[in-house]
Design a protein. Structure first.
Length: 417
């Protein structure tokens, strides 16, 4: 590995001398930006930074980035990046008036993805997921979480998680794996939900944990999917194996998902499109992070979560992409940040904090990623020339990510052809 010096940086975003684990509430509007700066990366890590008046003369590679901003890479803490097929037929069904829930009740949705995934060989899943991972890295993502949940049988859940493990091994960015066996009740268990719960708790969890295939456990706790009691049972069982909860909650209804997540010390509760004062009050008394997925609300045409109310209540809001074939067929974190501003009225500074440092915290990677602090991973991106920081969320639909640096090296995508 070699040293790389970026000089004449217009704004060095999240340049941090005092280490913060996360940013909450009103503090989210504060985003440190060092103007007219340099950044030195060495041995894959952030080595030093400062104002141009102190710029070092030498490094193995020196790049002048005048007019450009340098950001810590996005930390995308919620994705379903491993899947077998896109679902544009259901997209068209929704355009014609069917709801997401109606499609799911007819055996489409997650069950449709599960049927396809069960028939798809592991190598094909890996090749497709690797292409998607490279695509989002090109768009500035530098740490990511990936869930199972389209297997829904012991073999297929293990197959998905083995694909995630291979991605962990192959990828130059950190990858966290989440077991989501309780994503939907398979059709053959419709009349006997308890038997599927038993399968998840008594067979899937021990195998997943025994083979070290997951870092977290998720449940889709929502109307039409898993109840609060079922969620509680799975999360308690997962904790016995050291798998911390990160759950889907309150997307389709005021489901009690936030409450059961908090009661089980979840790292994060994600979605929260249906949350009010009660959910916010419960989160205020906890360490659980609220993770918002605005590209899902955008794609499904459902209400956006109340991000401003959450920040006013002092919560550490997180933004993630939810990249999946059913509710957010995009992993573009730049678009997520734009939507957070445009639709949830987050300020650019708040949205960038939510997608970097708070995203890192929701992945328990805050010591490695999320800000530009000496010793952290040198995963950063350089913007195209921009007049100000706000131009990034403002320019929705344009790609302002010009150069990606991973582990201190200029990165080019590495697609398996
Ligand atoms: O986060 N809500 C649950 N799971 C995914 C969507 C799954 C799908 O439709 O395939 C989500 O939105
Ligand atoms: Fe999701």
């Amino acid at each position: 590995m070699s040293s790389l010096l970026l000089r004449n940086i217009k704004g060095l975003v999240q340049a941090e001398t005092e280490i913060r684990r996360e940013v909450r509430g009103a503090g989210m509007a504060h985003l440190p930006v060092l103007e007219n700066a340099w950044l030195l990366m060495d041995e894959g890590k952030i080595a030093a930074f400062g104002g141009m008046e102190t710029c070092p003369e030498h490094a193995e590679k020196v790049v002048d980035v005048a007019g450009r901003f340098v950001f810590p890479s996005w930390c995308d803490s919620h994705t379903h990046l491993v899947f077998a097929a896109t679902r544009e037929e259901e997209f068209v069904d929704r355009l014609r008036g069917l709801s997401y829930e109606e499609i799911a009740r007819r055996g489409g949705g997650i069950l449709n993805s599960a049927r396809r995934l069960q028939q798809t060989p592991e190598e094909v899943l890996l090749e497709d997921a690797w292409r998607r991972l490279n695509e989002v890295m090109q768009l500035g993502t530098g740490a990511i979480e990936i869930k199972s949940g389209y297997g829904l049988t012991l073999d297929s859940e293990l197959k998905m998680l083995r694909v995630v493990r291979k991605l962990k091994e192959m990828s130059p960015i950190p990858v966290k794996a989440t077991f989501l066996g309780a994503h939907a009740i398979p059709t053959e268990y419709k009349e006997n939900r308890g038997a599927y719960l038993d399968l998840v708790v008594n067979e899937m969890l021990p195998r997943v944990a025994g083979e070290g295939l997951a870092d977290y456990c998720d449940v889709f706790c929502d109307s039409g999917f898993f109840t609060v009691e079922e969620t509680d049972r799975i999360l308690k069982a997962a904790w016995k194996y050291g798998l911390k909860p990160k759950i889907h909650a309150n997307e389709l209804d005021f489901s009690g998902g936030v409450q059961v997540g908090v009661a089980n010390n979840a790292i994060s509760v994600d979605h929260l499109e249906r949350s009010g004062d009660e959910e916010i009050a419960v989160l205020q008394k906890s360490q659980t992070m609220p993770t918002l997925l605005p590209s899902c609300a955008f794609f499904l045409g459902i209400p956006y979560p109340p991000a401003r109310k959450m920040m006013e209540a002092g919560l550490p809001v997180v933004l993630a992409s939810d990249y999946n074939p059913g509710s957010s067929p995009s992993g573009n974190m730049n678009f997520v940040v734009s939507l957070a501003c445009i639709q949830m009225k987050m300020l650019p500074e708040e949205a960038i904090n939510a997608a970097t440092l708070n995203g890192a915290r929701a992945l328990e990677l805050e010591n490695e990623c999320g800000t530009l602090a000496v010793g952290k991973r040198a995963n950063v991106f350089v913007s195209k020339p921009m007049a100000s920081l706000a131009q990034l969320p403002y320019s929705f639909g344009s790609n302002l990510v010009e150069t990606v640096v991973i582990q201190g090296e200029m990165w080019k995508n590495n697609l398996m052809q």
